[in-house]
Write a new protein. Structure first.
Ligand SMILES: [Zn+2]
Length: 239
């Protein structure tokens, strides 16, 4: 879904990917107050707020999703007992990359939240792909977004990572074989036939498995803060 600027026009299009959705909740945590926080809800809330900010800055914004759904309509073999299958996740992710390409986007920002078994672990990290022809722009985008998130949120700075490093393959099923994030990575016949064609980064602003960070991620004021940080990071990337 494409949205025109509400103020001015910069002739730039940003593709916002709210991670997960529908039968794919992503990481599920609990706020300090005991409220369940699902990654898929927090990503959509941040993406929607960021869309408003960017349109007001003069960007065209294309959204991967606007509701609590996967981007694809799951076939009968892509869900099992109310959960999305790995083939469903794969097709959903390649479709998100295809949407970004169809949009002719100048930048792709995939919004996720982190999770870990130890609830005391927290902080901000951002991933990019170093194997693409536009790797330098990927790195610049990741650096800008990470710096803006750390400045605004004050959470521990876990740094930027390339998507072939240790932490990233766990983000996608079968990622160990491919070794990259599907939405950001290079072509791989039969797995990623139409890779994203613009600078991209995947942000993990906070850990929803950390109760104090889940409180921020699940709260409208916290989501607005994250959106403002991502807006500032994109402005720095482009101008
Ligand atoms: Zn995620």
């Amino acid at each position: 879904m494409s949205f025109a600027p509400t103020h001015g026009h910069l002739n730039k299009t940003v593709f916002l990917d709210a991670g997960h959705g529908g039968l794919d909740p992503g990481v599920v945590g609990t706020s300090a107050g005991g409220r369940m926080v699902q990654e898929k809800d927090a990503t959509l809330a941040v993406a929607t707020r960021l869309m408003t900010l960017l349109r007001n800055d003069g960007y065209v914004v294309v959204m991967a999703r606007m509701q609590d759904t996967t981007v694809i309509k799951l076939s009968s073999t892509e869900s099992n007992a109310g959960a999305i299958t790995s083939s469903g996740v794969h097709r959903d992710l390649v479709t998100r990359a295809a949407c970004a390409n169809a949009a002719g986007a100048d930048a792709l920002v995939s919004i996720h939240f982190d999770g870990f078994s130890d609830p005391t672990v927290g902080g901000t990290e951002t991933f990019y792909d170093a194997a693409r022809p536009f790797a330098a722009a990927n790195r610049k985008l990741a650096t800008s977004l990470q710096a803006a998130l750390v400045a605004r949120l004050g959470a521990p700075d876990r740094g930027i990572w390339t998507d072939d490093q240790l932490a990233a393959p766990a983000l996608t099923i079968s990622g160990k074989t491919y070794g990259h994030l599907i939405e950001l990575g290079p072509p791989s016949s039969g797995w990623v036939d139409n890779p994203s064609q613009m600078p991209g980064a995947l942000v993990e602003p906070l850990f929803v498995t950390n109760p104090s960070e889940a409180t921020i991620a699940g709260d409208t004021a916290g989501q607005e803060k994250i959106a403002q940080a991502l807006e500032a990071g994109l402005q720095k990337f482009f101008f």
